[in-house]
Design a protein around this ligand. Sequence first.
Ligand code: C2E
Ligand code: CA
Ligand code: CA
Ligand code: CA
Length: 278
Amino acid sequence: AKEKGRNTFHFYSQELNAAANERLFIENELRIALKEDQFVVYYQPQIDSRTQKVVGYESLLRWFHPTEGLIPPDKFIPIAEATGLIVELGEWVLQESCDFVVRLTEQNRENNVSINLSARQFKDSNLVPTLSKMIITSGVSAKRLHLELTESMLMGNVEAAIAQLHELKALGISISIDDFGTGYSSLSYLKRFPVDILKIDRSFVQDIPEDSNDMEITAAIIAMAQKLNLDVVAEGVETIDQVEFLQNNNCFIVQGYYYSRPIPESDLPDLYLKLGEV
Ligand code: C2E
Ligand code: CA
Ligand code: CA
Ligand code: CA
C-alpha cells in the first residue's frame, strides 16, 4: 500500500509538473504572440430568427501559434488574466472590434459588436479613458459597442461596479450579462446594475427540448428579462427545435452553430450568401 501511495504521489506530481510547464510555456508564448501578430478576432453572428438577418456579432479571440496551431481561448485567457497580459490583449480586441464595426458601417450594415471583457479589464481604471479615446480615433458609433461581463465580475465591490458601469454607459456603450443564470445574481441585484442585455448561457439551451427543467429556466429568464426591460440573446443555439422554442417564448436574437460558428471577417460574404443576403 505504501508503494502504491508513493507511485500515486509520483504520478500526481508528474501531472502537476506537466500542467505547470504548459502554463509557463503559454505565459512566455503569450508575450511573443502579442508582438508577432499571432492573434485573430473571429466573429460569430447574432441573428434575428424572425428575419434571418444579422443584428450583431460577438468578437471571439483566436490564437494561431506557429508550432502549436490553434490554441483555444479556454487554454490561454485564464493565464492572460492571471498574468495581467489580458489588459493589453483585451485592448487589442477592443481596437480590432471598433475597426470592424467601422468597416461594416461603411457597407451600410448597422450591426452591433459584442466584446468579452475580463474581470481585470473591468476593474482597470484606464478602461474608460482608453475606450473613450478609441471611440474618438476610430470613429465608431459607441451605440454599436456592447460589452459582455459576467455576474461574478459585478459581485465583489458592488458600488464600484455600478459606478464603472455608469461611466461605460455614459460613453454610449451597452452592457450585456454573459453566461446568465450560471452565477449568483438575484433579481434584486440585477435591478441595481445599469445593464441592457441578458445572454442566456449555452448550458440551458443545449438540452432543449429534452430537458424540461432547462426549458423552464430558459422561459423564466426570458420572462424576467422582459419585466426588467432588458433585451435577451440566447447563445449556443444548435438546432431548429431550439430556435422555435426560443421564438415561442419571445426570444428572437440567437447565436450558435445552427446559424454559424465564429468566422474570420473574410468569410462574411459566404455568411451573407447563406442567409440569402447580397
Ligand atoms: P463565451 O463568451 O461564453 O463565448 C461563447 C463560446 O461558445 C465561444 O467559445 C463560442 O465559439 C462557443 N459557441 C458559440 N455557439 C456555440 C454552439 O452552438 N455550440 C457550442 N458547442 N459552442 C458554441 P470560444 O470562442 O472557444 O470562447 C470561449 C470563451 O473564451 C468565451 O466564452 C469567453 O469567455 C472567452 N473569450 C473568448 N474571446 C475572448 C476575448 O476576446 N476576451 C475575453 N476576456 N475572453 C474571451
Ligand atoms: Ca461571451
Ligand atoms: Ca457565454
Ligand atoms: Ca462561457
